[in-house]
Every structure is written in C-alpha cells, then in structure tokens.
Ligand binder design. Structure first.
Ligand SMILES: [Mg+2]
Length: 166
C-alpha cells in the first residue's frame, strides 16, 4: 500500500515504472489542481502526455472529482478518459463508481490528488493507495480554504507556509 505525501510535487514526477513496481494497475486521478489548475478548462500537453504514458504502460485511469458535471464534462470532453464527477470525496460513493469503471481491485488502485481532507482521507476510508501532490494553482475555491484549515490542524500540512518558503 502506497501512502505518500510531499514526495512528488506534480503528477509529472510519478512514473509508470513506480506504479508497476508497487503493483498498481489503476489510477484515480483528481482533476482540480492535480490534472489542471482549478480555474482552467484545458489540460496541458505535458499532463496529457503523462496520462498517455501511463495508459501505454497498461495502467488504467479514471478521473475522480468533486466538481459537478458541467465543469467536468467541459474539461474531459476531448480526453477520452473515464471520469466520475460529483464524487463527494472523502465519502466512498465516487470511489465505488470509479472502481466499477476500471474493474480493478482496490488493492491495485492508487489515487493521486492534492488535498488531504478529500483525496487522502477518502482513499483511507475507501481502502486504496494514495499519493498527495502539491496543488497546481495557488488560487483556490472558497471551500478549499476550509479544507486547508483542517489540513493544518489535523495533518500539520501548511501549503501557505511551503509556498512562502520557496
Ligand atoms: Mg484537487
């Protein structure tokens, strides 16, 4: 079981070889601030190349996001990727829907996301591996500020401090 926080700054640093070595066959990839900045609708070429490299290595991907259908459909429309909008992470409903799409046992699934309160906690509750990366955009939605507050209290993870230190 992989449970990693802060080792990888972005998804681009995570290789298919790393996943294969850890017996991971499927990825749940968070959308906002993991795959692309939350205030944009176009996934960068670099990120799409990363997605393609994973898939060419035989690793299946399902995007799992708390964003609603409107934004998610817009972002995902030309990617050909499986996705689950309105996942309500950290609750397990979206994880179950995503797992049904991938048809891979949860012990072979790793979630990659940027938030402890939704992505890491949700993975723990559901029972799959996870990797937490840094958020792509420093600008965040209001609800995320609330989650960040709890991250600082519960996990001692201070994104603001980290950003200031750089
Ligand atoms: Mg996110």
């Amino acid at each position: 079981m992989i449970r990693i926080q802060s080792q990888f700054k972005t998804i681009l640093e995570i290789t298919p070889e790393f996943m294969i070595k850890n017996n991971i066959k499927g990825l749940f990839v968070d959308m906002d601030n993991t795959l692309l900045p939350w205030d944009q609708t176009l996934i960068s070429d670099q990120s799409m190349q990363w997605v393609n490299a994973m898939q060419e290595s035989g690793i299946k991907i399902c995007v799992i996001t708390n964003s609603g259908s409107k934004r998610t459909d817009e972002v995902m429309k030309n990617t050909g990727l499986l996705y689950v909008p309105s996942a309500f992470k950290p609750f397990p409903f979206g994880f179950i829907r995503a797992q049904a799409k991938l048809k891979i046992k949860k012990q072979h699934i790793c979630l990659i996301g940027d938030q402890m309160m939704t992505d890491a906690l949700g993975s723990k509750i559901y029972g799959c591996s996870y990797i937490i990366v840094d958020p792509l955009s420093p600008k965040e939605q209001k609800i995320t500020y609330v989650n960040r507050f709890f991250e600082r209290i519960l996990f001692g993870r201070d994104i603001r401090k980290k950003t200031d230190d750089k």
